[in-house]
Design a protein around this ligand. Structure first.
Ligand code: GDP
Length: 317
């Protein structure tokens, strides 16, 4: 038998294995019994260095590659370091994708992002909306790099017959997320705020904006399961969305996190802070039709993430 799902001896390189996504992919691969994982920290291998990446691939000869390495960050980081966001991401993906082609890697999975869709795309967002309108200006350098990554995969497939697939995850959360209040996304930020308020007996917690914007959230272990599923079962040139297909208002999310943390005080909305886009939801028809759906519901995922936060970061973070 051949095929990724059966090849537990295959040499599998996970680029970015310390990040939110890469670490979840490694957990999933280990849980399924993959024995030959190839992992390098950014200190051991600078993926922006073409020569270093080429010689790493020549020596290690991976069979499969999960390309989860990227420079990521919230709105503040994106607006402070736009050059690094476009340069680092372009270099990382060009080097890894080209080396994967040169070393005849059997299949590569590239991780895009839902922020690559046009700012005013109709909701829920279908895969074919890519490149149909202007991007959100605040993360345009990042988004342009990610779009180039998808186009690299497609161009190599067309010209060289490679099997490089791209997937677009919705907003993710889970263990190893960024809990720094300045740069965190809403779930880790609120987990930390409610936990700190509970510890300190504070009377209220501040939630940004009006609480009315709607967002979709996927636990990163579900994303990792989707990555393994698509590595085994998806071979199309078009990118594929990965999400739950469901969203909820930030106010409902805040109430759930408050409950999970066990905080008894009030929630106060700070309307001087931005709401951002009113709604961001992926159309997941394509992945559903292949037979994949997420398994971790939001409340269970929040409990798991809060437990991880308590074990690793609470108090000293
Ligand atoms: P977005 O999906 O790109 O807008 O990223 P975020 O996860 O940063 O924000 C999602 C929504 O949560 C926005 O409407 C924010 O205003 C709202 N929000 C409420 N409280 C917070 C908070 O403490 N931190 C963050 N990052 N967002 C918050």
């Amino acid at each position: 038998m051949s095929g990724f799902a059966q090849e537990l001896d295959a040499r599998v390189y996970v680029a970015g294995h310390r990040g939110l996504v890469g670490s979840a992919i490694v957990r999933a691969l280990k849980a399924r019994g993959y024995r030959n994982l190839i992992l390098r920290t950014s200190a051991e291998l600078d993926l922006r260095d073409s020569a270093a990446v080429a010689s790493f691939f020549e020596k290690e000869r991976p069979d499969y590659v999960f390309l989860a390495a990227a420079k990521v960050g919230g709105i503040l980081a994106n607006s402070t370091y736009p050059a690094q966001f476009i340069y680092d991401n372009l270099m990382i993906q060009a080097n890894v994708i080209h080396a994967a082609y040169r070393q005849a890697v059997r299949k590569l999975l590239f991780l895009g992002s839902s922020c690559i869709y046009p700012k005013h795309a109709p909701q829920p967002m279908k895969e074919e909306y890519l490149l149909t309108g202007p991007l959100e200006p605040t993360n345009e350098p990042y988004a342009v790099a990610k779009i180039a990554g998808i186009k690299l995969c497609q161009a190599y497939n067309r010209q060289y017959g490679t099997r490089f697939i791209s997937l677009m995850p919705t907003n993710l959360y889970g263990p190893n997320d960024n809990f720094d209040l300045e740069t965190a996304h809403v779930i880790p930020a609120l987990i930390r705020k409610f936990d700190t308020a509970k510890e300190e007996g504070a009377p209220y917690v501040t939630v940004w904006g009006t609480g009315t914007p709607r967002r979709e959230f996927l636990h990163v272990d579900d994303l990792a399961a989707a990555c393994l599923f698509l590595m085994a079962h998806y071979d199309e040139n078009e990118p594929i969305n990965v999400g739950t297909g469901e969203d909820l208002p930030i106010a409902e999310l805040a109430a759930m996190i408050k409950e999970v943390v066990g905080y008894r005080g009030e929630i106060v909305y700070d309307r001087s802070k931005p709401d951002g886009t009113p709604r961001k939801l992926l159309d997941v028809t394509r992945i559903r039709s292949l037979g994949w759906r997420p398994e971790i519901d939001l409340e269970e995922g929040l409990r798991d993430t809060y437990a991880w936060y308590r074990r690793h970061l609470a108090g000293g973070a």
